[in-house]
Structures are given as structure tokens and as C-alpha cells.
Design a protein around this ligand. Structure first.
Ligand code: G3P
Ligand code: MG
Length: 245
């Protein structure tokens, strides 16, 4: 497998400090601001269309409410997912994974695809998303693709469907069995929350000692970013592609 080449900063949900998260506008803005990579979240609609969306429910970033699993893509694409952020993005839709991949490839960006299933849909979400990703992403570009998830079931599907591509294990809190899980799922990276328990020198060094690259989310403060790099963190997720400029 080609070695994973990570940038120092990955634009979290696109350039989500400057455009509505997880939209094509956020991906374009990240590229316009010279981000090398974007991170986006993928989940399934009622009719099993993989879309770029963070929450299980609609109300925070659209004008509708209810679960994402209760709406078809045809209904979802009519919704405004930009107006909550600012008037100038009014009408920005929730993109499908396929649309997002088109833009990411066209803009020559690296990608961290976070598989974020609705509870109970772990395997199905990974299977549907990776079926599309594996057909679109070129193996020659394996160095700029990272498939991540908090859910082992999703990473297990990734291991079997897209073995030749890198995986990342997301940790929101310390996990005693992390090493066993990371080994079984053959991950390349450990992606940690920026909490005192995880993002400290001791813990980062422990991950690095086992040859994992370490990524930390979500950092929008330069001093914080510099401290993490000193601990040995390889890359940060930031809503601000210009944080390190
Ligand atoms: O992948 C890093 C980060 O995005 C994980 O947390 O909730 O922002 O998707 P969340
Ligand atoms: Mg995410």
C-alpha cells in the first residue's frame, strides 16, 4: 500500500468556519484557501443514499426536523442546508457522497471520509459508501485517502472492501483495548479528540511508539495546534484552513 501522506491541517467538514459544514461550498472554500485535504462525514438517507451530513437529525443545519433516516434523498435535496450559517449560502443543498467526491477529485484534494452511521446501520453505511468510493477513488491516489470511523464495524467493512486504502480509528475518549482494535482493523492512524485525557504528550507518544500517525480534532486555536505538534501529533482537523498560515 502507498504510504499515507498527510498535510499538517485537514479542513474539518470542509472550511466550516467560512462556509456551511459538509456542503460543496465548504469543500470549494477549503480548496480556494489552499487546504490540501478535507474531512467530511457520510451517513445514509431513508432510501440508502450516502450523503454528506454530520448529525443523526435534520434540525441543526436544515429547516426541517426529524431523523436523517426518515427522509428520502429526493426530499432532502430540496432542503436548505446553508441558510443557518449565513444568508449568502441560502439554498446550499446537502450533497451526496458522489457529488462531493466529484468536487474533491476535481479540486485535487486529499480526503478523510468519516463513516458516521445512524445507530444500528454501521455495516450497511460502510458498505454503501465504500461501494461508491472504491469505484471512484483511484488506487494511485491511495496516499491521499483516509477512511475513518468511531465504529469498528465500519472499519471492518473498509478492511474487507478497500484493503489497499488507509484506515483511521477515531477515539473520543480513552479506550483500554485501543491497541488490540487498531491492530485487528489494521489502521494507519489514530484520530483523537482534543481532550486532556487523549491529546497529551504521554498518550500521543504511546500511539507514535507503535508507529501510528496521530491526528487530533478539532483545533481552531494556533497555540493549541502548536502544542499538539510538539507532542508529536502529525495532523490536526481545523474548521479554519488558514489557521497555520
Ligand atoms: O474526523 C474527525 C472529527 O470530525 C470527528 O468528530 O463529530 O466532528 O465528526 P465529528
Ligand atoms: Mg467528522
Amino acid at each position: 500500500m502507498k504510504k499515507l501522506i498527510l498535510p499538517k491541517l485537514i479542513a474539518h467538514r470542509g472550511a466550516s468556519a467560512y462556509a456551511p459544514e459538509n456542503t460543496l461550498a465548504a469543500i470549494h472554500t477549503a480548496a480556494d484557501m489552499d487546504a490540501a485535504w478535507v474531512e467530511i462525514d457520510v451517513i445514509l438517507t431513508k432510501d440508502k443514499v450516502p450523503v454528506i451530513f454530520h448529525d443523526d437529525t435534520l434540525e441543526r443545519v436544515t429547516t426541517a426536523d426529524g431523523n436523517i433516516t426518515d427522509i428520502t434523498y429526493r426530499e432532502l435535496k430540496q432542503l436548505d442546508a446553508g441558510g443557518w450559517f449565513s444568508e449568502s449560502f441560502y439554498g446550499e443543498p446537502v450533497p451526496t457522497l458522489e457529488h462531493a467526491l466529484d468536487v474533491i477529485i476535481d479540486r485535487d484534494l486529499g480526503l478523510n471520509l468519516e463513516i458516521k452511521p445512524f445507530p444500528g446501520q454501521e455495516e450497511e453505511t460502510a458498505e454503501v459508501a465504500l461501494d461508491i468510493l472504491s469505484r471512484i477513488w483511484d488506487e494511485d491516489d491511495a496516499h491521499k485517502l483516509l477512511i475513518s470511523s468511531f465504529k469498528s464495524e465500519c472499519l471492518d467493512v473498509a478492511l474487507h472492501y478497500m484493503e489497499g486504502f488507509h484506515r483511521g480509528l477515531l477515539l473520543a475518549e480513552t479506550r483500554k483495548d485501543w491497541e488490540e482494535v487498531a491492530q485487528a482493523l489494521q489502521v494507519s492512524t489514530i484520530n483523537i479528540a482534543n481532550t486532556p485525557e487523549l491529546a497529551n504528550e504521554f498518550t500521543v507518544k504511546a500511539f507514535k511508539a507503535k508507529d501510528y500517525q496521530v491526528l487530533a480534532y478539532t483545533i481552531d486555536d494556533l497555540d493549541e495546534a502548536e502544542k499538539l505538534f510538539e507532542y508529536g501529533v502529525d495532523a490536526i482537523f481545523s474548521n479554519m484552513p488558514d489557521l497555520l498560515d
